[in-house]
Design a protein around this ligand. Sequence first.
Ligand code: SN0
Length: 318
Amino acid sequence: MNKFTTVKDVANLKELVNEALHLKQNPYQYKTLGKNKTLGLLFLNPSLRTRMSTQKAAASLGMHVMVMNLDKEGWALEMQDGAVMNGSTVEHIKEAAAVMGQYCDIIGIRSFPKLQNREEDYSEDLLQKFISYCKVPVVSLESATRHPLQSLADLLTITENAPTGKRPKVVLTWAPHVKAIPQCVANSFAEWMGQADVDLVITHPEGYELADEFTQHAQVTTNQQEALAGADFVYVKNWSSYTDYGKVLTDGAGWMLTNEHLAATNNAKVMHCLPVRRNVELSDEILDGPNALVLAQANNRTYAAQAVLKRMLEGLEK
Ligand code: SN0
């Protein structure tokens, strides 16, 4: 594997899931695989789970890790080809990525969308340029449109908690928020569930339709109550509008999941990628209740990252 940016970069999803679940039981089985190999983790946005779980995963594989908060500690990066750099940007991504590629055997990078210009965000300009200039395998730590390590961890969590002998019904429900949030987690979750053995239903208020490329395998409805009927898993997430790009269109009154909403489900397990705004996106009673899987998801971030890094390290040896 020489890049991990979307489910499309995974040749065999079942094998990757099994590998991650195996690593969860045997985290130190490959503790020398990454000996003398360096992982660079580059952040242009905040991170808690992604940073700590990926660092832990790399350590369990024997890798050396360097973390760089590029937004705060690096030079301001120029992205534009042919730019006359007489303004605020200090170095071009051509040099910055190439230099970091010389220091690292694998690089992870996080860069959220700016939510100003849809074409720009959805072109994944920074991620693609970074991949082409750094010349080493790249793991997305959440890009402008996707969060694949989160989705792999979510799939592990669903696999571990699925009811036996039944194809699980998984509902992705929009939730309220106080500010404009990327579509990444929702896009990715839909994209990955589309390749898994689940029935996916997506529900959101009008105006929050996600891009077709992510939702083509899902049933989509604006009726949350109807969507929740018989659900085995409910994935809660806010996102800003894709059609009216980056806008918050409603306060979403009534959309925050409470125990009352769960009554129509099949005693559904409730998921969220975290960080979660309590009593805005998701109620205390659910987060503190027996059906919440949020900590299990966060725990699985480590094994998702470890499986991906292991594949990349194996690729380096060839
Ligand atoms: C990010 C998102 O894409 O939803 C990262 C999730 C892993 N979440 C936020 O930016 C939340 C910010 C907030 O103020 O709640």
